[in-house]
Design a protein around this ligand. Structure first.
Ligand SMILES: [Zn+2]
Length: 95
């Protein structure tokens, strides 16, 4: 289980959801920056994008595209990324 290396708090989904940069987010407890290991983080981000981009392209033009296609896919991708971090498949930097 991945934890913030500043305060030891569990990584929260909301902290990840709020960050514009998937490789760096602010800990919900101590507000310090938590860095994701670049190598495993980038592999995960690229893999997730490779999975979500084709359906986004194929379904483009669907009615309520943003709401019914983009939003659920983006949230699913965030949840998946969060789980990868939570279970340590994507590592956090321990500095
Ligand atoms: Zn913290």
């Amino acid at each position: 289980m991945s934890k913030c290396h500043h305060c030891g708090a569990d990584v929260s989904f909301m902290a990840l959801l709020r960050t514009p940069n998937p490789l760096k987010f602010k800990c919900d407890s101590c507000k310090e920056d938590v860095h994701v290991d670049k190598r495993s983080g980038l592999i995960a981000v690229v893999a997730i994008l490779a999975v979500i981009i084709p359906p986004l392209i194929m379904l483009y033009g669907t009615e309520h595209y943003l709401l019914s296609v983009v939003a659920p896919i983006a949230i699913a991708a965030e949840v998946f990324y969060f789980l990868l971090i939570k279970y340590g498949l994507v590592k956090l930097k321990n500095e």
